[in-house]
Write a protein that binds this ligand. Structure first.
Ligand code: SAH
Ligand code: SF4
Length: 408
């Protein structure tokens, strides 16, 4: 993986630095647990565990929380409002480690992708790698987070679904991706509120993995992200995307309360069974019922239906009409995603004129139907192209991948 120098447009954001990818076998997992990603309750427990007296715990936890999530400090020595003794005690038991950044790429359009290395599931096991992508825009900066290494579901158009290696990320590893992004972008508050100038303003759970199959960790991580005295990314600016794990949609509504995106991609069960095999377990009817019951839906809080545009497969205008009918009674946005190709895929992206016609049908029915501009294609950071480098690709595959990713 190559590290690209930042373009002049990004030079003002952060020093990209050159990150040389170290061989996997040189990875040393952290010796002590990291506090990153603990809930407030978890932090209180950790303090109790190292003997901080009960009467002081709440205040200490509040101070640590703020150093960690507002200032983004990386070592206990920087927590100058704590006594030297407490700092030493914390240091003896914990770290503030984030996932290791082993490569950083910057796209010509400003998109950044980080390859992160995480410990294997059990001691002595080979480390894992996941990717995390930052997409800057005029009015926002969106961070796309991974929830699993690989994915157990095998949607036929998705590159991640072809990856064999799977493990759930911990809450700390999910929050750690936000920490890494803020570290690399220089996006921490220096103590003065600068909310209007934050670079990471939005989060989408649209990287590797199915977030609703790693429910507890994703929930805990998103609640940390949304804490207004910490990372401060409001739930309205957090979107969880699911391929349709129906029972956990209601749980997500009740326990997380973020925005919801649903990967619909087809209007009949027959076709969706092929594209999103999970449909055989939770067909379209059940999925839409779960969507209708998602709490708090209104004109300003809509569900996003994602629809990947596959040439000759799901892109007929009759499909567009059927799509509008399907989501009729749900406050909905429809997000058309041009298919991002990968080597060995049997699909092609729909022609641009067809995507436009499809979008017009949806628009005429009263829905906004933004077409998601592919971002970061030159660094394979676009939707469905994420697949960690721990899965070895042949040189030929790599070339093919790059060639395809470069073409629109
Ligand atoms: N597992 C979750 C979230 C990750 S995928 C889900 O499936 O919703 C994020 C989005 O990218 C989903 O809508 C997914 O269907 C879409 N996607 C996957 N592969 C793609 C590809 N090759 N081109 C375009 N979009 C793709
Ligand atoms: Fe998994 Fe989502 Fe890819 Fe399907 S589209 S294989 S659920 S990451």
């Amino acid at each position: 993986m190559t590290t690209l120098a930042p373009t002049s447009a990004q030079a003002s954001i952060a020093p990209a630095g050159c990150i040389e990818k170290a061989p996997l076998e040189r990875y040393v997992p952290p010796a002590r647990p990291s506090l990153v990603g603990l809930s407030r309750a978890g932090l209180l427990e950790a303090l109790a565990g190292i003997g901080v007296p009960e009467g002081r715990r709440k205040m200490r936890a509040q101070q640590i929380w703020s150093w960690l999530y507002v200032r983004g400090v990386t070592g206990f020595a920087q927590m100058t409002s704590l006594s030297k003794e407490l700092r030493a005690l914390l240091d003896a038991h914990f770290t503030l480690a984030r996932p290791d950044v082993v490569a950083e790429q910057v796209s010509v359009d400003g998109t950044r992708k980080w390859l992160l290395r995480l410990p294997g599931e059990r001691p002595g096991e080979a480390p894992h790698e996941v990717e995390c992508v930052y997409i800057p825009d005029t009015d926002r900066g969106t961070l796309c987070l991974s929830s699993q290494v690989g994915c157990t579901l095998s949607c036929s158009f998705c590159h991640t679904g072809t990856q064999r290696l799977v493990r759930n990320l911990t809450a700390g590893e999910i929050v750690g991706q936000i920490m890494v992004a803020r570290d690399r972008l220089g996006d921490w508050s220096a103590g003065t509120p600068a909310a209007g100038r934050r670079l990471v303003t939005n989060i989408v759970m649209m990287g590797m993995g199915e977030p609703l199959y790693n429910f507890e960790a994703v929930r805990d991580a998103l609640l940390v992200a949304a804490d207004h005295e910490g990372l401060g990314i409001s739930k309205r600016r957090i979107t969880l995307s699911t391929s349709g794990v129906v029972p956990n949609i209601a749980r997500a509504g009740a326990e997380i309360g973020s925005m919801l995106a649903v990967s619909l991609h087809a209007v009949t069960d027959e076709l969706r069974d092929q594209l999103v095999p999970l449909n055989r377990k939770y067909p379209i009817g059940l999925l839409l019922e779960a969507c209708r019951n998602y709490p708090g839906l209104s004109n300003s809080k809509r569900i996003t239906f994602e629809y990947v545009m596959l040439k000759g497969v799901n892109d007929a205008l009759a499909d567009a009409h059927a799509l509008v009918k399907l989501v009729k009674k749900i406050p909905a946005k429809i997000n058309l995603i041009p298919f991002n190709p990968w080597p060995g895929t049997r699909y092609e992206c729909s022609d641009w004129e067809q995507i436009e016609k499809f979008s017009e049908v949806i628009f005429a029915a009263g829905h906004a139907s933004p077409v998601r501009t592919p971002r970061g294609r030159d660094i394979l950071a676009a939707c469905g192209q994420l697949k960690s480098a721990s899965e070895k690709l042949s040189a030929r595959e790599r070339l093919a991948l790059r060639a395809m990713a470069m073409t629109d």
